[in-house]
Design a binder for this molecule. Structure first.
Ligand code: DHB
Ligand code: FE
Length: 284
């Protein structure tokens, strides 16, 4: 049977991808970030699953605000990096995992999550930047991906609890996939940030740190946060953190944090990343 081996949460700041694409990672501004990512990349080099389920949000790039579903699973064979206004990133196409993706869709529907499905969609920085963070600049991405897009753009948004429960349902779906493959689950976005309005530039290390601590210590505390909590304490775009709850929900009851990095600022955000490994013997 398929097995979820680990989860990663990471910010998906587009500037991180641009710094890599334009050879700026050694500049004073970017160096501390990329030095902090060295152990994360080492872990990924040593732990390459067959498939990564990447829970991310499209930033009104490929989905129009006239047509934005709450949860969308990508079932295509291949996905291209999206043109976000200045040409598509020169990174490899993403190889999809249609068989696992369709299995997840079928299981989620049976589990009362009414998923939207998309075959042909270009993927924006919410998904491509985390791949670059994990795997640097390879000729081919080392894993297949199942993109799971969450609406954090156009209200009403799914709750943090709904996202946690979606993750639990994804965990059950993977556990029932009848092939011996290994699977990673990533949640991208955040951490605290606000890109416009009167409170532009909000960064809240105390809130972010409590959220990161609770991924291991008390994931239900993160699931009980309201949108108002996120917007008040972490800025409007800080609400992207609900996608980390999907990742956490897909893991075991107990997890071990094997990597954490937190760095302020990266563009308008607090950059954060964690890697969580399932504790064997605790329930999925
Ligand atoms: C930034 C962060 C994001 O998560 C995003 O989607 C776009 C921009 C930023 O900090 O620049
Ligand atoms: Fe974002």
């Amino acid at each position: 049977m398929a097995k979820i081996v680990a989860g990663m949460g990471t910010s998906h700041v587009p500037g991180v991808g641009a710094a890599m694409d334009n050879g700026k990672t050694d500049e004073d501004y970017w160096k501390p970030l990329f030095e902090g990512l060295v152990p994360l990349r080492k872990w990924h080099a040593e732990n390459v699953p067959d498939v990564n389920i990447i829970v991310f949000n499209d930033h009104a790039t490929s989905y129009s605000l006239n047509n934005y579903s709450t949860f969308t699973v990508g079932v295509g064979e291949r996905f291209k990096p999206a043109d976000e206004g200045w040409g598509a990133r020169q990174v490899p196409d993403m190889r999809g995992s249609p068989e696992l993706a369709w299995h997840i869709v079928e299981c989620l529907m049976a589990d009362e999550f009414d998923m939207a499905v998309v075959a042909d969609v270009d993927l924006d920085h919410g998904l491509t930047v985390p791949l670059s963070i994990a795997y640097d600049q390879p000729d081919e991405w080392p894993t297949e991906v199942v993109p799971v897009c969450v609406n954090v753009i156009q209200h009403p948004l799914p709750t943090a609890m709904r996202c946690y429960k979606l993750g639990q349902a994804i965990g059950r779906a993977v556990a029932s996939f009848p092939k011996d493959i290994t699977v990673g689950v990533w949640g991208t976005g955040g951490l605290s940030h606000q890109l416009g309005g009167e409170r532009v530039g909000v960064v809240n290390p105390e809130f972010d740190t409590a959220f990161l601590d609770n991924l291991t210590a008390d994931p239900l505390a993160n699931a009980k946060l309201t949108h108002t909590d996120f917007i008040r304490d972490a800025g409007c775009e800080g609400v992207e953190m609900i996608m980390w709850n999907v990742m956490r929900g897909a893991l075991s009851d107990r997890v071990e944090e094997v990597f954490r990095f937190y760095h302020v600022p990266v563009s308008a955000t607090a950059y954060g990343a964690v890697i969580l490994e399932n504790v064997q013997g605790s329930n999925a």
